[in-house]
Design a protein. Structure first.
Length: 355
């Protein structure tokens, strides 16, 4: 039976929860190569809660150091394209300082591995991920327009460097297929331990929403499916309705059924938690909603002229060239857009909303 730790915490006392996580989920670290992977979506400030908080990284790193590993690397692959924002993302968020000199740009060296040919015959994965003997994932408690929540499984999407992330969005072609693809990426290298920053979480139109929520928790598990089931439940979403959790269970990666998970701590749905516009409906059990999603007619990005600076980052990074700047703001071609939400994720002004 998988276990999930639900531990009260603030950023001032994260270490207590981290110590408890290592007690409950002892990972053999001494003499081994360790990679710690926070969620570093993009350039932002720590207080925007878009990335794993530096205090969580620092506490985990200091703990791992006491266990005498052969080496420790901290790294992630922010963004959709290799446009040099790796170091910048770590610096702006304060994560670079918390890396205590262990940061490495893991996007610079990768290995090709076989993938599900339904999507793509092979993908490149950061060499540091493949060669790590211990992989510790530090997800952030956030909503996500495409996958409803961004948790343990979604954090593994960052093992892919460069433009592949966008290309795979395109190869998936629909939200449900993207849920399935996400699991294929996750199982390329299942992390050994997950410690989630749920001290300040995100609700609403994540994964870069301005709507933050004090949750006051650190979650930990050695099973990502069990952890994401707890996260979905906290968000007020039935985990069994999420296609990526269904698919992970089909592949024997874990169980989302709460009856099959030992909870260490109190699990209670957060009152009035705001799910993204899909409202937890990106699932295959609701044919009506699914038909609307598949028809790709309901959700399209729309730039807010009051916030958009016309910088063009979204236009450059749209994997299917569905955006163009018209009268100083980006306009979407609904026939071309594949609803991957990359533009919303990467807009530095949070000017893109889904309509
Ligand atoms: S990335 Fe954001 S600010 Fe820049 S053009 Fe697109 S919507 Fe506007
Ligand atoms: S317009 Fe935005 S949501 Fe649509 S395909 Fe391009 S990046 Fe994805």
């Amino acid at each position: 039976m998988s276990k999930v730790l639900i531990h009260p915490a603030g950023y001032h006392n994260v270490r207590e929860a981290v110590d408890r996580a290592f007690e409950l989920f002892p990972v053999e670290i001494t003499g081994r190569k360790v990679l710690i992977k926070p969620n570093v979506l993009r350039v932002s400030k720590a207080e925007e809660a878009i990335v794993t908080h530096p205090e969580v990284l620092r506490a985990v790193l200091e703990k791992v150091e006491t266990l005498r590993p052969a080496s420790i690397v901290v790294g992630d692959n922010p963004g959709m394209f290799s446009y040099g924002a790796n170091e910048e993302s770590f610096i702006s968020t304060g994560l670079m300082e918390a890396c205590l000199g262990r940061y490495e740009n893991i996007g610079l060296d990768s290995l090709k591995v076989a993938f599900d040919p339904d999507f793509m015959p092979a993908v490149s994965v950061s060499r540091a991920v493949i060669e790590a003997e211990v992989l510790i994932s530090l997800p952030k408690f956030k909503t996500h327009g495409l996958t409803v929540m961004s948790g343990a499984l979604k954090n593994s999407y960052g093992i892919l460097p460069g433009a592949q992330k966008a290309m795979l969005h395109k190869a998936a072609g629909s939200p449900v297929r993207f849920h399935e693809l996400l699991v294929e990426v996750y199982r390329l290298r299942v992390p050994d331990l997950f410690i989630m920053d749920a001290v300040v979480g995100m609700e609403g139109n994540g994964p870069a929403s301005p709507e933050l929520r004090d949750i006051g928790l650190i979650l930990a598990s050695d099973n990502g499916v069990a952890m994401d089931s707890v996260v979905a439940t906290l968000m007020g979403c039935d985990p069994g309705r999420l296609r990526f959790l269904q698919k992970a269970r089909e592949l024997g990666l874990g169980d989302f059924d709460l009856a099959a998970i030992e909870l260490i701590g109190t699990l209670k749905a957060i009152p009035d938690f705001k799910l993204p516009p899909l409202g937890g409906e990106a699932n295959i059990n609701n044919p009506h909603v699914q038909q609307l999603i598949e028809s790709r007619t309901i959700l399209r990005p729309l730039a807010n002229p009051g916030l958009c600076t016309g910088c063009g980052a979204c236009v450059d990074q749209c994997p299917v060239s569905a955006l163009e700047i018209l009268e100083a703001i980006p306009v979407v071609d609904p026939e071309v857009c594949i609803s991957c939400f990359c533009c919303q994720e990467l807009c530095p002004e949070k000017a893109m909303a889904l309509q």
